[in-house]
Each structure stands twice: as structure tokens, then as C-alpha cells.
Ligand binder design. Structure first.
Ligand SMILES: Nc1nc2c(ncn2[C@@H]2O[C@H](COP(=O)(O)OP(=O)(O)OP(=O)(O)O)[C@@H](O)[C@H]2O)c(=O)[nH]1
Ligand SMILES: [Mg+2]
Length: 320
């Protein structure tokens, strides 16, 4: 397993090439604790990308759409990063194949970098280091970062917590998808895409989605409903235009900054929580006295609050 030393990290960041990016992404994936060393430098490099979440039920064509969108933008000279979380689709071939997977029709291009991630550690959700990986893409000068997730809505770390714009992809005849959105199970999106519009039932789905969206008329951003046939590149230009329109909306309304601040704060809170818990847990495992007291709490012989204060002052030096 890799263990990149600090000098190397700096060198990789300065190199700013796909090889270096791949190395750092792999290091974070294989040894999440190395984020601590890597990310301290990464923040100095700045960079701002439009982070776009592409989410939706399995098999609706998310990967195909991403492939076409990335190709479209690469032709315009933009730099793209793609993060596929728990991919099962044909183009990614699963996370096992390695990091830089060539998309079917995208010519070998240094403008597009694809990273596939298994979400094994996050119970099907988004691993905490996905956030770091997006930052890394930004530091390597990506203009756009596309993040693919299967939108079950039960993700531990929801796509809206890392993306500026969330696009929800459905297929024709997926009335169920609309029900799940309405029930709040599926993520609320800024853009709805009915892909596979070459298949029957597309018009009805578009109509249903438009009806759902019409409830938000009067709001400052009304989510557009788009029809695409990713395999034939149909609707890709329109989709790309709507995505940049949303970015402009975020910027002009001040929401871009506001959301990023909130995202950074949430990430820090989560980091703090995870690390405090790890520290406390480690302490508890090594402290027989506390373990005995926990067993007293179990038997209601000791109250949990007294123990809480004791544990906090012993582990975090915090006066409970
Ligand atoms: N007919 C038709 N098929 C499509 C279209 N877009 C994608 N497909 C096909 O649908 C299948 C699934 O596409 P993917 O892009 O892998 O879908 P996905 O949503 O990424 O799937 P998961 O990552 O497994 O959730 C593939 O066989 C694609 O070729 C489309 O617009 N029309
Ligand atoms: Mg996919």
C-alpha cells in the first residue's frame, strides 16, 4: 500500500498532471487517514469547479449522460473531473478495474479524468473522503466535477452536500420515481432529466415531472425538465446550457458562496464528530474503569450523565 511522504505530495501538486492526480486520489482512497496530510497542502492551491451531482435510479443512463456531457465540454476546452460512486455500470466496469477508466466513446483525453469509487465504507452512501477528492480535482484545475451517485435518498452523505447543482435522471415510465421524489425519499433536484427518451412513455414522464415542478413556480429557480437520449447525444447541448444557467443563477443570487460556506461547515462538523468519536472510543477500549462504569450504566447502577462528564474530561480534556 502507498504511503506518500510530504515532499512527494507537494511535488505531485506542482506537477499538475493526470498521473499525479491519480496517485493522490488513490492514496486518499486506500488510506483515508492520509487526507490529513494531503489536504493541508491542497487548500493552498484553491481552484473552483462547478460541482454537478448526477443522481437517479440504477440503469437510467447516468454514466452514459456523464460520458457525453464530459465529451461535449472537453471539446470546448474545459477540464473535467468525474467521480463515480459505487459504479455498477458497463462503462465504469466497477471500481475494481482501476482508477482511470476510459469511457467508451471519449477519445483518450487528458481533459477528462475519471475516478471510480466503491462506497463500501459508507453503507452504500458517499464516503467522507469524496469531499476531499472533489477538492483535489479543483486544485488540479478542473472546471467541472461530475459526481455520479445512485439516488436512493438514504445516502449517509447526500449528493446535495457536495454538489452545487443536483440533476436527477429518470427514465420513461418511471412514475415511481416521481412518487419517491414527492415522498421526500428521492433527493430534491435543481434539474430533472428524462433520459432514454427514445423509449416509450417518455412524454408522460416529462408531463408528470413538469406538473410536479410547476408547484415551485414563483420560486426564484424553477427546475427545468429536460429530455435526453444519451446514447444518441440528443439533448446534451441543452442540458449543458441549463447546467451553466443554474451556475449563473447561483452566482448572481449569492447562493454559490452561501452554499459553499454551509458545505464547508457541515464537512468540518462531520470531521470533528468522526475524529472525536474515534478518540473517545479508543480511550474507552483501553480504560477498564470506564468500561466497568458503562456496564453499571447498562444495569442502571450509574447514571449516564455522570459518566458522560467523566469520559469527556478524561478523553477530550473538556469540562463536561
Ligand atoms: N435506449 C436508450 N438506452 C440508453 C440511453 N442512455 C443509456 N442507455 C443504456 O442504458 C444502460 C444503462 O446505462 P448507464 O449509463 O450505465 O446507466 P446508469 O444510470 O449509469 O447505471 P448504474 O450506474 O448502474 O446505476 C446502458 O446499456 C446504456 O447503453 C438512452 O438514451 N436510450
Ligand atoms: Mg453508472
Amino acid at each position: 500500500m502507498l504511503n506518500i511522504e510530504e515532499g512527494k505530495i507537494k511535488q505531485f501538486l506542482q506537477q499538475n498532471n493526470p498521473y499525479a492526480l491519480g496517485k493522490l486520489l488513490r492514496e486518499i482512497e486506500n488510506r483515508p487517514e492520509s487526507s490529513h496530510r494531503i489536504m493541508r497542502f491542497v487548500y493552498g492551491y484553491g481552484g473552483k469547479a462547478h460541482v454537478i451531482g448526477i443522481t437517479g435510479p440504477p440503469g437510467v443512463g447516468k454514466s452514459t449522460l456523464i460520458e457525453k456531457l464530459a465529451g461535449h465540454w472537453a471539446e470546448q476546452g474545459l477540464e473535467i473531473g468525474v467521480l463515480c460512486i459505487d459504479p455498477t455500470s458497463p462503462f465504469s466496469g466497477g471500481a475494481l478495474l482501476g482508477d482511470r477508466i476510459r469511457m467508451q466513446n471519449l477519445t483518450e483525453s487528458d481533459r477528462v479524468f475519471i475516478k471510480s469509487l466503491a462506497s463500501r465504507d459508507a453503507g452504500g452512501g458517499m464516503p467522507i473522503y469524496a469531499f476531499d477528492m472533489i477538492k483535489l480535482f479543483e486544485a488540479f484545475g478542473k472546471d467541472i466535477v461530475l459526481v455520479e451517485t445512485v439516488g436512493t435518498g438514504q445516502l449517509e452523505f447526500r449528493i446535495s452536500e457536495v454538489a452545487d447543482t443536483v440533476a436527477l435522471v429518470t427514465g420513461p415510465g418511471t412514475g415511481d420515481a416521481i412518487q419517491t421524489i414527492k415522498a421526500g425519499i428521492m433527493e430534491i433536484a435543481e434539474l430533472y432529466i428524462v433520459n432514454q427518451s427514445d423509449r416509450p412513455g417518455s412524454e408522460e414522464t416529462v408531463r408528470d415531472l413538469k406538473m410536479m415542478v410547476s408547484e415551485s413556480v414563483g420560486k426564484r429557480w424553477v427546475p427545468p425538465v429536460l429530455e435526453t437520449t444519451a446514447t444518441k447525444k440528443r439533448g446534451i447541448t441543452e442540458l449543458s446550457e441549463e447546467l451553466s444557467r443554474h451556475k449563473k443563477y447561483l452566482e448572481s443570487s449569492g447562493l454559490w458562496q452561501e452554499r459553499r460556506r454551509e458545505r464547508n461547515r457541515k464537512f468540518f462538523t462531520r470531521l470533528l464528530f468522526e475524529h472525536c468519536w474515534q478518540k473517545i472510543n479508543k480511550h474507552i477500549n483501553h480504560d477498564q474503569e470506564i468500561r466497568d462504569k458503562i456496564s453499571q450504566v447498562e444495569q442502571e447502577k450509574c447514571d449516564p450523565y455522570s459518566l458522560l462528564h467523566e469520559v469527556l474530561s478524561a478523553t477530550l480534556k473538556i469540562d463536561g
